[in-house]
Design a binder for this molecule. Structure first.
Ligand SMILES: *[C@@H]1O[C@H](CO)[C@@H](O)[C@H](O)[C@H]1NC(C)=O
Ligand SMILES: *[C@@H]1O[C@H](CO)[C@@H](O)[C@H](O)[C@H]1NC(C)=O
Ligand SMILES: *[C@@H]1O[C@H](CO)[C@@H](O)[C@H](O)[C@H]1NC(C)=O
Ligand SMILES: *[C@@H]1O[C@H](CO)[C@@H](O)[C@H](O)[C@H]1NC(C)=O
Length: 584
């Protein structure tokens, strides 16, 4: 930390800031999935090789306190695209599951939300989303595409509408089976016992149960079970597919050269738009499980398949930077690199290999509001406009990209709603030294979990937890033997008074402060409670996009590129795919 502060002072002294007219740049937003802040060379990793991402840091700004709006994919990405806390758009769950799991569920980013892509498109930008979306697809029919990227301001889409899953790659295990078994076992047992007892009662004539009702009951139970079993048995074919615009081009998706294909799409998009302003969101599947890497990278890193995947992603970033250079667009392009949340520290493969990344000194990871879950890499490069080689230690958020690029494109910020992000340009250009984020609210799904306060007149960064996940770093099973931490009930511990940390002196969140160790303890809590009241008053109820009804698999929303009886198979994407037959 001390070194960092020293570096900042040095940087500020060295770099006098040039201020060209800064408008209408091309914008490239690179987002990794589940990448830890400790996985990158520019954030201190000495064994993983990420020279291309490090180059962004050398030639641009490194944000050291860049905070994801949520420690989970779906809400974090909703906040990123809209500049608003996910609770405002109904993209924060009240139930246990906080992300979309199925391509055929009805929840998603509501069309009333204004994304940066919509606003930039209106200003004449060519817009593309390549890679993972994870913000829904359809509402009522399998072709209304109400939540699809093309309905949210993107002209072009190539990628996955849901996310990468272990279940999509044969031999990589399942994130569902354990949960499904756990969840279904009890209802099945209850239903079975009830039916059997009813049948016995009926048989011995103790009670007259209407026989027909009993029959219907059994039929409905049997059909529901059959549908569920069918679905999970065919998960890979039904849920893992690649689309181009509204068309499925590969079902189930193949991991063969997948990063090469995403990169090629991105490079071609830049090539097609080299003389008009463009917005490219390249949303990597790396480094979410199922992990994969192409032949050139497999077995090459010092950190197993996880490291191979990080290094392959870095290669891809290099390809993007090279093509900017090739078209002489480097100086006209703002490039951003981040991760949607911290590394998923519980990810261990069935053979015991570490499949989750490294969050450096920070505690916890994905699905938790400890710093490890939300403090993500944040790199911004725009040569000649933003400072080169600078470090900014102030709190910033992934919601800040929204107002930043909307202003750069000279588009109008929506005035009918609260935008929680702040324009980053004054900080990036060194025109101001303080972030406008005096408070940041850290939600676990829809539940306010913690608050960060960086008082305007002090270097302290207070962080208060109202509850904490029952997570112990020593236990490789993470939260209560669960794959991720949940946000309520027996999964958490409430604290009264709340836990208080000063991140400026204790970034590892090791030692909670007490009224004895911090004389301003109650004063800090009082100010934070006032801020919470003000924040809570600014929220308006929004339809819950992650309700069970919106999360569940709806067979009538299922997309299938061949008939269901040909088990939803097609491949128009592999090299030579039209000549190839299905090769398992
Ligand atoms: C670099 O990243 C790898 C992979 O996540 C991790 O295992 C390792 O501890 C990190 N090394 C350092 C020095 O940070
Ligand atoms: C490259 O772009 C810069 C401005 O960004 C311009 O000054 C320069 O002339 C261009 N070079 C070529 C070879 O087009
Ligand atoms: C109250 O909340 C609104 C909405 O988030 C915000 O714009 C405003 O700055 C807050 N006021 C105070 C005093 O914190
Ligand atoms: C993957 O890419 C490599 C190198 O570009 C190529 O040799 C190989 O044929 C590709 N594999 C498939 C299945 O397309």
């Amino acid at each position: 930390m001390k070194l960092l502060v020293f570096l900042i002072i040095c940087q500020r002294a060295i770099h006098s800031v040039k201020t060209h007219s800064a408008s209408n740049p091309n914008v490239i937003l690179l987002m990794a999935d589940d990448l830890g802040i400790g996985d990158l060379g520019c954030y201190g990793n000495r064994t993983l090789r990420t020279p291309n991402i490090d180059k962004l840091a050398e030639e641009g700004v490194t944000l050291t306190q860049h905070i994801a709006a949520s420690p989970l994919c779906t809400p974090s990405r909703a906040a990123f695209l809209t500049g608003r806390y996910p609770i405002r758009s109904g993209m924060a769950a009240f139930s246990r599951v906080g992300v979309f799991l199925f391509s055929a569920s009805s929840g998603g980013l509501p069309s009333e939300e204004v994304t940066f892509s919509k606003l930039l498109k209106q200003r004449g930008y060519a817009t593309a989303l390549i890679g993972k979306w994870h913000l829904g697809m359809n509402c009522e029919s399998s072709n209304d595409f109400c939540h699809h990227p093309l309905s949210h301001g993107f002209d072009y889409f190539y990628g996955l509408t849901v996310t990468n899953f272990r279940d999509c790659k044969p031999g990589q295990g399942s994130v569902f089976l354990k949960g499904v078994q756990k969840t279904l076992v009890i209802p099945i047992q209850i239903a079975g016992i009830t039916l059997v007892s009813l049948a016995i009662v009926q048989y011995i004539g103790l009670l007259k149960v209407p026989f027909q009702a009993l029959g219907y009951c059994m039929i409905i139970t049997a059909i529901s079970l059959a549908v569920l079993i069918f679905f999970f048995y065919h998960f890979r074919h039904l849920n893992c597919f690649l689309m181009r615009d509204h068309q499925i081009i590969q079902q189930p998706l193949s991991y063969e050269n997948l990063t090469q294909r995403l990169t090629k799409e991105a490079v071609q998009f830049i090539g097609r738009n080299s003389d008009a302003p463009f917005l490219l969101v390249l949303s990597y599947l790396h480094v979410h499980t199922a992990l994969y890497a192409s032949e050139n990278f497999r077995g090459k890193s010092k950190h197993g398949l996880y490291g191979d995947a990080v290094e392959e992603m870095d290669w891809s970033v290099g390809q993007i930077l090279d093509v900017l250079e090739k078209y002489n667009l480097t100086d006209k392009t703002l490039v951003y690199f981040t991760s949607d949340q911290g590394a998923h520290v519980e990810e261990i493969s069935s053979s015991g290999e570490v499949h989750g990344g490294y969050n450096g000194i920070y505690k916890g990871g994905k699905s938790m509001n400890w710093e490890g879950g939300i403090r993500v890499p944040g790199l911004l490069r725009w040569p000649g406009v933003v400072q080169a080689g600078a470090y900014i230690d102030e709190p910033t958020s992934n919601m800040d990209i929204f107002p930043t690029i909307v202003k750069l494109a000279k588009a109008q910020l929506p005035s009918d709603r609260i935008i929680d992000g702040h324009d980053l340009m004054p900080l990036l250009q060194g025109k101001v030294t303080r972030s406008k984020h005096e408070f940041l609210f850290h939600y676990c799904n829809a539940y306010l979990n913690a608050v960060r306060w960086h008082p305007g007149n002090s270097e302290s960064v207070w962080k208060v937890f109202f509850f904490t996940p029952n997570f112990s770093p020593e236990d490789s099973n993470g939260c209560y033997d669960s794959h991720v931490c949940f946000c309520h009930g027996g999964f958490i511990t409430w604290h009264d008074p709340p836990l208080l940390f000063d991140l400026s002196s204790d970034p590892e969140e090791k030692v909670p402060l007490t009224p004895e160790t911090e004389s301003r303890f109650y004063e800090i809590l009082r100010v934070i409670h006032l801020a919470v009241d003000n924040h809570t008053r600014s929220l308006h109820a929004a339809p819950d996009q992650l309700s069970w009804n919106n999360l569940l698999w709806k067979p009538w929303l299922q997309l299938c590129c061949s008939s269901l009886f040909q088990s939803c198979y097609c491949d128009y994407d592999s090299e030579g795919s039209l000549l190839e037959t299905h090769s398992g």
